[in-house]
Design a protein around this ligand. Structure first.
Ligand code: SF4
Ligand code: SF4
Ligand code: SF4
Length: 275
C-alpha cells in the first residue's frame, strides 16, 4: 500500500494546487489550464444529472472513496491539518465501534445528507455544506485578496525599479459577513481535522454520505489479514477516518476514505487493498 499512498499524495497535491490556483489567479491563466477541475464538483454535477457524477460513482464502486482522498479540495485540506498533527507526534485515538456510537454517526450523516438533498430539490441550496463551495468561498474571501495585495506591492516595487513585470490589480474585499463566515468555517474544519481526522467528512458532508454508501459495495477495499495481524493497533492510530476495528478485525468501508495510510503504518503486511 505504500506505493498507492504515494500516488494518492501526488494526485491530491496536484488537485489541491490546481483548484486553489483557479480561485487565486487573477490573470486567467490558471482557469485556462485547470478550469476543468470545477466540473468535478459532485453536487452540481449530480443535480444536473451530468456524466461526471456517474463517473465519480462508478470510480467509487471500483476503488472506494478515492474522490475524497485525491480530488476534493476540502478533504485534502483536512489531510494537510492531519499531516501537521502527525508531525508533532499526535496519533488518533481509535473511535468507539459499539452499536450506539456507530448508530449516532450514521443518523447525523444521513440527516445532513437528507436536508441537503431535499433543499436542493426544493431550490434551497445549502452551499455551506457543499465541499467545493466551502473551499472556494474560503479561498476567494480569505486568500485571494491577500494574493492581490501581494501582487500590488510587487507592482509598486517593480515600478520603482523601472520595470513593468507586475501590474497593479483591483483588490475586491469580501463583505464582512462572508469574511467572518469563511474564517469560522476554516477554523471549524481545521479544528475538527486536528481533533478527529475526517470527522467532518463522515458526519456532516452530504457528498461523503453518498460516496460512503456507494463505497460499501466497492470492488477494491481495505481488509485485515487475521493470519498476519498481531493486533498492535498501529493502523487504528494512523487511520484519519477512525474506521478500523482491530479487536473485531473489521473496517467500516463507508467511512474509509481510501488514503492507504493504514497499509503504510502496518509493519506486518497485514493490511491489504484487494477484491
Ligand atoms: S466527504 Fe465531502 S468534504 Fe470530505 S473529502 Fe469527501 S467530498 Fe470532500
Ligand atoms: S498495524 Fe497491522 S499488525 Fe498492527 S493491528 Fe493493524 S493490521 Fe494488525
Ligand atoms: S482504513 Fe483508514 S487509514 Fe486505511 S485507507 Fe481507509 S481511511 Fe485510510
Amino acid at each position: 500500500m505504500r506505493k498507492l499512498r504515494m500516488v494518492r499524495i501526488l494526485v491530491a497535491a496536484f488537485f489541491l494546487t490546481a483548484v486553489t490556483l483557479c480561485f487565486l489567479d487573477f490573470t486567467g491563466a490558471a482557469a485556462r489550464w485547470f478550469g476543468w477541475t470545477a466540473k468535478l464538483q459532485l453536487m452540481p454535477a449530480a443535480l444536473a444529472l451530468s456524466v461526471v457524477a456517474a463517473a465519480v460513482v462508478a470510480v467509487t464502486l471500483v476503488f472506494g472513496r478515492v474522490y475524497c482522498s485525491m480530488v476534493c479540495p476540502l478533504g485534502i485540506l483536512q489531510d494537510v491539518a492531519v499531516f501537521f498533527r502527525r508531525l508533532f507526534g499526535f496519533k488518533f485515538r481509535p473511535a468507539s465501534h459499539d452499536g450506539v456510537a456507530v448508530l449516532v454517526r450514521r443518523i447525523v450523516r444521513l440527516s445532513t445528507a437528507a436536508i441537503f438533498f431535499a433543499g436542493g430539490f426544493l431550490g434551497l441550496h445549502f452551499t455551506w455544506l457543499e465541499p467545493y463551495a466551502i473551499y472556494g468561498r474560503m479561498s476567494a474571501a480569505l486568500a485571494a485578496p491577500l494574493v492581490r495585495l501581494g501582487n500590488n506591492r510587487l507592482a509598486l516595487w517593480a515600478e520603482r525599479q523601472g520595470s513593468d513585470m507586475f501590474c497593479a490589480v483591483e483588490v475586491a474585499m469580501p463583505p464582512l459577513c462572508i469574511a467572518v463566515l469563511s474564517v469560522a468555517m476554516l477554523l471549524l474544519i481545521v479544528a475538527l481535522a486536528l481533533w478527529r481526522g475526517r470527522l467532518w467528512c463522515n458526519t456532516v458532508c452530504p457528498v461523503g454520505a453518498v460516496l460512503g454508501f456507494v463505497s460499501r459495495f466497492s470492488i477494491f477495499k481495505p481488509a485485515i489479514d487475521p493470519a498476519r495481524c498481531v493486533k498492535c493497533r498501529l493502523c487504528e492510530k494512523a487511520c484519519k477516518a477512525r474506521c478500523i476495528d482491530v479487536a473485531h478485525g473489521t473496517i467500516d468501508r463507508s467511512s474509509c476514505v481510501a488514503c492507504f495510510d493504514c497499509g503504510a503504518a502496518c509493519g506486518k503486511g497485514a493490511l491489504t487493498w484487494s477484491r
